[in-house]
Design a protein. Structure first.
Length: 287
């Protein structure tokens, strides 16, 4: 007992140091920091002041972290707003470019067919149930549109007008099986009739008249001018396959249309064209 009484102060000091070191080590681990030996020595030398300084430093660190987090959140929101604005402007630019390309194509078409009387019109309606059969344009009889007038775009033939109201007209598309156009193979000059074949795959059937037509894949097919609806020389499409017809006497070619019927927005109605005049096949390429 005399020993403990005599050494009570040193023992108490050692115990205090051990307790403080343990508490500080645990606190440092929780905060993700490593407490240096000098910091421990300072706290041991002045326990109250050291603890207060350590806590104050931690609070300052937390405040700085919260300020930085708030700043980062603000910057993140600003960047998100700028990205949304950029994407919106990008979409608007793409739309303007698409409109510009379409208008240039229509102007090119009018320059190629300078002596023709063409009427531009927007597509105002399409029925999802017969998407590849008909469409409605925003011009009618008050604009001079009549039944059986051809409807074209710079890429080629779209179809013909089948009904008219004062302000709108319905167009039968070339893809519809009930549609048809006199056709001519540009390379071999073999004639026939092109009709809608399969609206799902979007191909046309080129029924040839000759038993030896010499039609090959890759050949361009244009209107022959022999039907009552379409003038000569308008592009219909390109041959992708040739096979004997059902009777075996002639051949039938499968034609990929020149027109993308999924992307029709503006078309041209042929109000009038010089009788007997033909035009070079339209390729859809705008200089």
């Amino acid at each position: 007992m005399d020993f403990l009484y005599r050494w009570r102060r040193p023992i108490l000091a050692v115990l205090v140091i051990i307790v403080l070191a343990t508490l500080l080590s645990y606190t440092a681990k929780l905060r993700g920091h490593v407490l240096t030996l000098s910091a421990v020595a300072g706290i041991v030398a002045d326990p109250a002041g050291g603890v207060i300084n350590h806590v104050a430093g931690g609070l300052r660190g937390d405040a700085e972290s919260l300020t930085q987090l708030f700043r980062l959140q603000q910057e993140n929101q600003k960047l998100k707003a700028e990205l949304t604005l950029y994407q919106s402007l990008k979409l608007q630019l793409e739309e303007v470019q698409a409109d510009n390309t379409r208008l240039r194509g229509l102007l090119y078409l009018k320059s190629q067919l300078g002596s023709w009387h063409l009427l531009a019109s927007s597509v105002v309606a399409r029925n999802p149930n017969n998407w590849f059969s008909t469409l409605t344009i925003g011009r009618g009889s008050t604009s001079g549109v009549k039944v059986n007038m051809p409807v074209i775009v710079p890429q080629g033939v779209v179809g013909r007008v089948v009904s008219v109201s004062p302000t709108t007209a319905q167009v039968l598309l070339l893809l519809d099986p009930s549609s048809g156009a006199g056709a001519l193979d540009v390379r071999s000059r073999s004639a026939g009739v092109v009709v809608g074949r399969d609206p799902i795959t979007g191909t046309l059937r080129f029924q040839l008249f000759s038993h030896d037509p010499n039609v090959l894949p890759g050949d361009a097919v244009v209107t022959s001018g022999l039907s009552q609806y379409f003038p000569k020389g308008l592009l219909l499409g390109q041959v992708i396959a040739v096979a004997p017809s059902a009777g075996g006497l002639t051949e039938t070619a499968t034609v990929k249309p020149a027109v993308n019927f999924n992307q029709l927005e503006t078309v041209m109605v042929v109000l009038a064209h010089p009788s007997g005049e033909s035009t070079p096949p339209l390729s859809g390429l705008v200089p």
